[in-house]
Structure formats: structure tokens, C-alpha cells
Design a protein around this ligand. Structure first.
Ligand code: UDP
Length: 327
């Protein structure tokens, strides 16, 4: 079986990717420093603990497994934190990715699947975002991901490392079998925070900003189910293995939901009420991020099947009630 090096395989999206890779006949080798990931989430292949900034450790792992490709998820990913501690984002995300890319090139690994974000686009008044929209990130998280995209293009030119870049919209939901799920400590994402608040595991949710120029004043996002998202990664991997050219794909559904709409759907799915209050804007948040592209569907043959808001919340709720990890 072909090995795929999955950085961040102990995290939320990475662990779901490992499950999908395994089901597709690959062996996912998780490389993770466990700073935000969970050893318990590594269930579908070998685990190698290590830090992306540790080049010697990366070389060792590349030599041991000779992976056919890298799937690079490991990153710090909180918009709010990135505004307060930009150095963390430039060092870990950009510096760590540089070290990883150089190790991949040195090991002769030719295929690189990269987890980027719609946060690289920044503010674009009411435009649906496709892959050709100019990237002007307004937070350090988005800026760090954009820098890595640029880096990949340079390394392709110089070293022939081909890449597929996925720009994620808001990832939600969880494995329907609840073998893995979303579990961040601290948690900062809307849907798990709402479910915590419903269960009384934390205080009421605070809506970050009610004065945005949107119909109900709250930010609008495009939510995509994590299982659909990782299915696209397997298609992207095959795309590269088949020798196709580097490409960038948005991964979103094209439907926008405001924070208030997500609260409404959570109330319906759980048959409970999300307790919430209204607070100020969170620095770095864009008004609206919604995909306007069908490139992944057309070129990769991607067909999302679980990305309705009801299914995403129902899957998250099932995991939320039963699942958690211990280190
Ligand atoms: N949000 C909120 N309260 C929270 C967490 C998030 O109102 O406690 C909003 C946030 O401002 C954004 C949306 O929910 O508009 C999604 O935020 P999340 O942090 O889940 O993802 P992001 O869009 O930052 O990647």
C-alpha cells in the first residue's frame, strides 16, 4: 500500500483525512507534534510524533516511509489568536511549511496536497469567491496560508514539486460513525461552541458582531462537511498521482449562513435552545466568505453528500454527546 505523510493527522480535519485515505487503499502516516492534536485520534495508520520545524526528524520519517505524497494539514488556525500573536503564525505555519517542503524535495517526494483557506481572499464586497479572485488576507492566519501557497508555486518552478491547494471555507460536522470528531482545546469554532452552550458545558455563546452589512447583521460563512472535504483530498491526491498539473480548488458549497441562521438550525436539529448574547466584532473577521466556484466538482469530480447544515449539525451533535479524546 502507498504511504501518504499526513501532517496534523491527529487533528480534526487530518484525522478524518486519515480515515478516508485508509478507505481508499493508502496508508496514512501521521506526523504531528500534538500541540493541538490528540494521540487518540490516530487510528488508521502509524504515528510519528515530531515538529515541522525539526528538519532532522522530518528527514528520518521521509526515509522510513518513502511517502508517495504529503498531505499538509498541520497549522495554527485561529483567526483571533493570529491577530494577537502573528509571530506564532509566521513561525509555525510559514516556517514549518518551508521546512516540510524542503524535506519533501530532498526525499524525492513529488506530490503535495495543501490545506489552505478562504481567509486568504479577505474582504470582497458581496462577491462570491472563485479561485481567480485576488487574495488580500486581512488576518495573519490568512496571510500565513497565502505565503505558503506562494512558496509552493516557487518550489514547483525550481524543483518540480507538484501541488493541489484546497482553499477551505468553514469546515463542520464529523465522522458519521463518530470514530473521530472535532475536539479543540480551547474551542473557538462556532458550531462546537454552540453545542457546548446548549449542554451547559460553557456559558452562553457570544455572537461576534451584529452590525455587519448583512441581512441580519451577523457574519456569513459557507459551511462544508469535513467528510466531503477529505473526500476532495483523496481526489486531489489521485489527480497528482495521475500526473496532472498543479491546481487550486475552493472547497465550499456556495451557500452562505449567517451566525444567527446557524443558531436557528442548531435549535431545530437538537430540539434545544442555544443560549447566546451579542458582543462586539472579533478582529480579523470578514463580513462574508462564500464560495462561487464549481471547479472542484467539474475538474476533480467532487460530489459533496453531507454538507447540508442539518446533517453537519446532526453529525457534530452525535459526536459531541459521546466522543472525546484523551492524550
Ligand atoms: N463566531 C461567533 N461567536 C463565537 C465563535 C464564532 O459569533 O464564539 C462567528 C465568527 O465571528 C464567524 C463565524 O462565527 O463569523 C465562524 O467562526 P469560526 O471561528 O467558527 O470560523 P472562522 O470563520 O473564523 O474560520
Amino acid at each position: 500500500m502507498k504511504n501518504v505523510l499526513v501532517t496534523g493527522g491527529a487533528g480534526y480535519i487530518g484525522s478524518h483525512a486519515c480515515k478516508a485515505l485508509r478507505a481508499a487503499g493508502f496508508t496514512p502516516v501521521t506526523f504531528d507534534n500534538l500541540c493541538t492534536g490528540w494521540k487518540d485520534a490516530v487510528k488508521f495508520g502509524p504515528f510519528e510524533q515530531g515538529d515541522l520545524l525539526d528538519r532532522a526528524r522530518l528527514d528520518e520519517v521521509f526515509a522510513k516511509y518513502a511517502p508517495v505524497a504529503v498531505m499538509h494539514f498541520a497549522a495554527l488556525s485561529q483567526v483571533g489568536e493570529s491577530m494577537k500573536e502573528p509571530g506564532l503564525y509566521w513561525r509555525n505555519n510559514v516556517g514549518g511549511s518551508l521546512c516540510l517542503i524542503e524535506a519533501a524535495v530532498a526525499a524525492g517526494c513529488e506530490n503535495f496536497v495543501f490545506s489552505s483557506t478562504c481567509a486568504t481572499y479577505g474582504e470582497h464586497d458581496n462577491v462570491l469567491l472563485d479561485e481567480t479572485v485576488e487574495q488580500h488576507p486581512i488576518n495573519a492566519y490568512g496571510a500565513s496560508k497565502r505565503a505558503i501557497e506562494d512558496m509552493l508555486k516557487d518550489f514547483e518552478g525550481a524543483n518540480g514539486l507538484r501541488h493541489v491547494i484546497f482553499r477551505y471555507f468553514n469546515v463542520a460536522g464529523g465522522d458519521p460513525d463518530a470514530e473521530v470528531g472535532e475536539f479543540h482545546r480551547p474551542e473557538t469554532h462556532l458550531i462546537p461552541l454552540m453545542l457546548d452552550a446548549i449542554e451547559g458545558k460553557r456559558d452562553a455563546l457570544t455572537i461576534f458582531g451584529t452590525d455587519y452589512e448583512t441581512p441580519d447583521g451577523t457574519c456569513i460563512r459557507d459551511y462544508v462537511h469535513v467528510c466531503d472535504l477529505v473526500d476532495a483530498h483523496v481526489l486531489g491526491l489521485r489527480w497528482l498521482i495521475d500526473g496532472k498539473d498543479s491546481q487550486v480548488f475552493n472547497l465550499g458549497t456556495g451557500s452562505g449562513f449567517s451566525v444567527r441562521e446557524v443558531i436557528h438550525h442548531s435549535n431545530t436539529v437538537t430540539n434545544r435552545e442555544v443560549p447566546y448574547n451579542e458582543g462586539p466584532r472579533r478582529p480579523g473577521d470578514c463580513t462574508k466568505l462564500v464560495s462561487g466556484s464549481t471547479r472542484a466538482e467539474k475538474e476533480l469530480g467532487w460530489t459533496p453528500t453531507r454538507s447540508t447544515m442539518e446533517t453537519m449539525i446532526a453529525d457534530a451533535w452525535r459526536w459531541h454527546q459521546n466522543g472525546h479524546y484523551d492524550k
